[in-house]
Structure formats: C-alpha cells, structure tokens
Design a protein around this ligand. Structure first.
Ligand SMILES: NC(=O)c1ccc[n+]([C@@H]2O[C@H](COP(=O)([O-])OP(=O)(O)OC[C@H]3O[C@@H](n4cnc5c(N)ncnc54)[C@H](OP(=O)(O)O)[C@@H]3O)[C@@H](O)[C@H]2O)c1
Length: 236
C-alpha cells in the first residue's frame, strides 16, 4: 500500500489531502507540530486508522530532514507521494501596517516550510526510482492580492512549483501545483461558512495522483466544477 507524506496535514487543505489518501486506500504519514495538532486531525477525519504521526517543526530547516532520516532508518513508513500546504495567516492587514516580524513569520510558514518540504523530500523520492508525485497547493491570492499578506507568500510558491517541475521533468517524480481560487475549509467549518468542504475538494488530489498525464502542470481549480473536471496546463 502506498503512503503519502502530508506537510500541513492538520489544516483545511491538509485534511483534504489526508481524506484523498484514506479514501484511495493509501496510508498517510502526517507531519504534526504537537499532539494537540494530531488530535485535531483525528477529530476532522474521524479516525486515526491509516495515519502515522510524526512530530516535527516544519518551519525549521532541519525539521523535515529529521523525518526523512527516520524513514531511511526504517523507523517511519516509506512514502511515495508528498503533498505540502503549510500556511500563514489569512488576514486583510494592509501592506503599510505589516510588521517586520509578521512578514518574516508568514514567509517562514507560508513559503519556507513548503520549500523545505521540497528540498528535504525530493532526493528520497528520486532515489526510490518508482512512480512518485510531489504536489504543492497554492492560492490565487498571489495574483488577486485582495489579502496582501497571504498574497506575498504565494508568488514565491508559484516559482517554487515551476522550478521543482523543471528539475523533475525527466525523473520518476511528477511535480504539480494545485492552484486554488476559492475557499476550502474542514467539513464542519465549511458547512457553517457556506464554502467548499475538504471532503468535496479531496477529489482534485485523487485525480492528480491517478492521472499520469498530469505532470509539471498547474492544476487550476477556479470554480466548483473544476473539482470533478480537472483543468491543467503544462508549465513550460
Ligand atoms: N483553504 C483555502 O481555501 C486555500 C485556498 C487557496 C490556497 N490555499 C493554500 O493552502 C495553504 C494552507 O491553507 P489552509 O487553509 O489549509 O491553512 P490552515 O488551515 O491555516 O493550515 C495551515 C497548516 O500549516 C500548519 N502550520 C501553520 N503554522 C505552523 C507553524 N508555525 N508550525 C507548524 N505548522 C504550522 C498548520 O498546523 P497546525 O494545525 O498545527 O496549526 C496547518 O497544518 C495556504 O497558505 C495556501 O497556500 C488554501
């Protein structure tokens, strides 16, 4: 059975990716910052079956490396896919009032953690030599910039996805960017706020995993219909 390593597993998008994994009979290696976060994930999913939890600080430049070292040592399950979606604050603070520490904290969580998720897992995926995927969730705020702070983190994520796709165009790893243009929340919150649920959205990642023709692409999810009819375009 395959295993998906999910970075940002406890958030709205991470819960969706975990749902994809479990519904497609794959296991999950969920990176969590502490036991409270692990409990939050179990509450959203309804069970811990099929999920191995690994505690790590994904915002530090050694956190994920430590997890991969444990996988190599056989202490954690081998994985064939990586999905990453660590996020910063989703707030409307105008540019002129963003503090330096707020900026650095958001770039650290919203960009650096996802960069580490590439840098520190890709070597392992390539070494395995088997069909593998590496997927990054980005948001259209980077283009629309209606919310300035989250927008700032998305621009570099677009570039990360393109550079990662270029580096793997000829490897065993299909790298893709999942570009999302509307709000997705864990099921209970989605019902309250009238937005798309993590469970509904999970169909997108399922198709990315299953379709060998989705490679080095931006998968655009800009309307609810795009969840079932995948729209994607090669990046180069
Ligand atoms: N949700 C959407 O509708 C949407 C739309 C477009 C794009 N996106 C993209 O998806 C990303 C994630 O969105 P989301 O809604 O899933 O965000 P979220 O619910 O806030 O989840 C963020 C994830 O990052 C983790 N995280 C945040 N700060 C951390 C820290 N200091 N240390 C360790 N882990 C930390 C959280 O862990 P904890 O649970 O432990 O806090 C959680 O797993 C966004 O930033 C964006 O790039 C989302």
């Amino acid at each position: 059975m395959e295993t998906i390593l999910v970075v940002g597993a406890t958030g709205n998008i991470g819960v969706s990716a975990v749902t994809t994994a479990l519904r497609s009979e794959r296991n999950v290696l969920a990176i969590v910052r502490n036991q409270d976060s692990a409990k939050k994930l179990v509450k959203h999913i309804g069970s811990s079956e099929g999920i191995t939890f690994a505690e790590a600080d994904v915002t530090s430049d050694t956190g994920l490396k430590g997890v991969v070292d444990q996988v190599r040592a056989g202490k954690l399950p081998a994985f064939q896919h990586v999905f990453t979606c660590v996020g910063g604050d989703y707030i409307t603070t105008p540019l002129s009032t963003i503090t330096t520490s707020q900026l650095r904290d958001n770039m650290n969580r919203g960009f650096e953690a996802n960069f580490f998720a590439y840098r520190d897992t890709i070597g392992y995926l390539v070494e395995q030599g088997k069909p593998a995927t590496w997927t990054l969730c980005t948001g259209s705020q980077g283009d629309a910039a209606l919310f300035a702070l989250p927008a700032l983190t998305q621009g570099p994520l677009y570039s990360l996805a393109t550079a990662a796709a270029r580096e793997n165009e000829a490897t065993n790893v299909r790298v893709n960017e999942l570009y999302l243009a509307f709000r997705v929340e864990v099921d209970t919150d989605a019902a309250q706020h009238g937005v798309t649920s993590a469970t509904e959205f999970s169909a997108v990642y399922k198709q990315i995993l299953d379709r060998q023709d989705v490679r080095s692409s931006r998968v655009r999810v800009e309307a609810v219909g795009d969840i079932t009819e995948l729209r994607f375009q090669k990046k180069f």
